[in-house]
Design a binder for this molecule. Structure first.
Ligand SMILES: *Cc1c(COP(=O)(O)O)cnc(C)c1O
Length: 389
């Protein structure tokens, strides 16, 4: 691996780092050393992979989407993360964090959630592993996602309403971090993407890289020409890209273009943001002229975040991954298209990556393209129905 980052200070070039309050430093340092030890311990890694196999349902298949392939003139393969238990890649990460919490002897976990996806994955891991769990969620999201709130409660988790700011994901992350400061001795913070202060981006990458490792072994001698994934915080994309980063395969991350990149209503932190510090880490973020963080917009809650993992910022600047955008409207079209032509309803997040492939079909002609299908779309059906698609 030519990329052996982060360095000892948690930096990926100029990005990343540990911009956290003094009171959290001991916990971050403890987590760093516990993780390093655990990840080198065969028993820990074995337990993690056993749960991914028996409980989550890994390995996830690679499916040849023949109907779309014919239409596009591209050989399109889907890495089926939508078939994981709870319906997305997020559970790869929460199982790992749950095992870490147990190893540290911490009986309680906290997490943030936007639409509730990471909240449900956290609640599921907590139930399985016998941990107490609280999930911070913006009041606006609680209102919009009543079913996921109930699902978390059913799994034995307490949902904590966050009314600061806009009452959405960014505020839930801030509140979870604040709460962690005062409970750090008994509590582990299970972050939902490759974001936050070091060592979180590293840990989440390591728990998600199973996606790309599986892809390589499933394809055997064969190599795809292009791998495409959507980017919110960046964990599913990091999971599939990281093992391929120096393989020569073209890697494309697709961000939320929202109402259009010429407007301010999008979630394209890498494509249109500037470097700054958000949630403990130096990265690309959406900000106004004064450097204040701006609200993001996307039709898909999972991409509606004004920052992105610092390692993606590094990949962008080094030219290791190309970052593109797809709009709300394009994602909706792709959502309906995959449903009709292949019998697979994708998450709206994943539909952004498919929308990019569809738009670029002419330049991809004859190539083998892998789409990381990060999640299933059952959660989005009601929202899409209300839009009359
Ligand atoms: C949360 C989510 C995303 C976005 O998060 P990343 O960290 O960028 O992967 C994408 N797809 C699905 C299905 C999600 O639930």
């Amino acid at each position: 691996m030519t990329v052996s980052l982060p360095d000892r200070r948690g930096r990926y070039g100029e990005f990343g780092g540990r911009f956290a309050p003094e009171t959290l430093m001991p916990a971050l340092l403890e987590l760093e050393s516990v993780f390093e030890e655990a990840w080198g311990d065969e028993a820990f890694v074995g337990e993690y992979h056993r749960i991914l196999a028996d409980f989550v349902g890994r390995p996830t298949p690679i499916y040849e989407a023949s109907n779309l392939s014919k239409e596009l003139g591209v050989r399109l393969l889907l890495k089926r993360e939508d078939l994981n238990h709870t319906g997305a890649h997020k559970i790869n990460n929460t199982i790992g964090h749950g095992l870490l919490a147990k190893r540290m002897g911490k009986p309680r976990i906290i997490a943030e959630t936007g639409a509730g996806q990471h909240g449900v994955a956290s609640a599921t891991a907590a139930a399985l592993l016998g941990l107490e769990c609280e999930v911070f969620m913006g009041v606006k999201d609680i209102e919009r996602q009543a079913l996921n709130v109930y699902r978390m409660e059913l799994l034995g988790t307490r949902v904590v309403p966050v009314s600061s700011g806009a009452g959405t994901l960014k505020d839930a992350v801030s509140e979870a971090m604040r709460s962690w400061v005062s409970t750090v001795n008994t509590t582990h913070y299970m972050i939902g993407s490759v974001v936050g202060p070091h060592p979180f981006p590293l840990i989440v990458r390591e728990f998600q890289k199973v996606i790309g490792e599986e892809l390589l072994s499933q394809m055997g001698e064969e190599r795809p020409d292009v791998v495409v994934a959507c980017v919110g915080g960046g964990s599913n994309a990091m999971g599939v890209f990281y093992p391929l980063i120096d393989s020569g395969i073209e890697l494309i991350g697709v961000e939320a273009g929202g109402l259009g990149t010429e407007t301010l209503a999008h979630g394209a932190s890498l494509s249109l943001g500037r470097p700054g510090v958000l949630h403990g880490s130096m990265t690309y973020m959406l900000q106004d002229e004064e450097g204040q963080v701006r609200e993001a917009h996307s039709i898909s809650a999972g991409l509606d975040y004004p920052g992105v993992g610092p390692e993606h910022a590094y990949f962008k600047d080094k030219g290791l991954v190309r970052y593109e955008t797809a709009t709300d409207a394009e994602a909706l079209d792709a959502f309906a298209w995959l449903s009709r032509k292949e019998g697979i309803i994708p998450a709206l997040e994943s539909a952004h990556a498919l929308a990019w492939i569809r738009r670029e079909a002419a330049s991809l002609a004859g190539k083998t393209v892998v789409l990381n299908l990060s999640g299933r779309g059952d959660k989005d059906v009601q929202q899409v129905a209300a839009l009359g698609v």
